[in-house]
Design a protein around this ligand. Structure first.
Ligand code: SF4
Ligand code: SF4
Length: 134
């Protein structure tokens, strides 16, 4: 199974090798989606974790035990083509090119396989054509 998680950890854990432990001790595949780790400050880390259900649960227990706050990250982004006005606002904002525009026809399309569910486009869409599914 796969889980997208938002981790928040206190200052004293900033130097803890959290991703290393999840991989090495809990046999998980870890993909870092976003990280903000500054020395002497609270850290934030968005991860996609894959592995056996038990391994994921044990990994989550480890994080809770050491004091990391774990919340589910956005699971999926849903694009509603009927609401989309093809304004192209979302196209340059997407860090992975999940939205693209056909230059000739000026039509926007969405490739959900590229989307990493960062959520940037959701707030930006003036027509509320993009929705977060938790
Ligand atoms: S949620 Fe992020 S990755 Fe997905 S389409 Fe929007 S901007 Fe791109
Ligand atoms: S910002 Fe919204 S309305 Fe504009 S192209 Fe993107 S999805 Fe469509």
């Amino acid at each position: 199974m796969k889980k997208k998680l938002a981790l928040k950890f206190p200052r004293h854990l900033v130097s803890e090798p959290i991703t290393y432990r999840l991989v090495k001790d809990y046999d998980l595949i870890v993909n870092i989606i976003k990280a903000k780790i500054t020395p002497y400050e609270e850290g934030r880390l968005d991860l996609e974790v894959s592995g056996e259900k038990d391994a994921i649960n044990r990994g989550m227990n480890y994080l809770n035990r050491i004091g990391v706050e774990v919340k589910p990250l956005i699971q999926e982004i849903k694009w509603n083509p009927e609401r989309c006005n093809h304004c192209t606002v979302c196209v340059p904002l997407c860090p992975v090119g999940a939205f693209s525009v056909n230059e000739k026809e000026r039509v926007v399309s969405f490739n959900d396989e590229k989307c990493i569910a960062c959520g940037i486009c959701v707030q930006a869409c003036p027509y509320r054509a993009i929705e977060i599914i938790f």
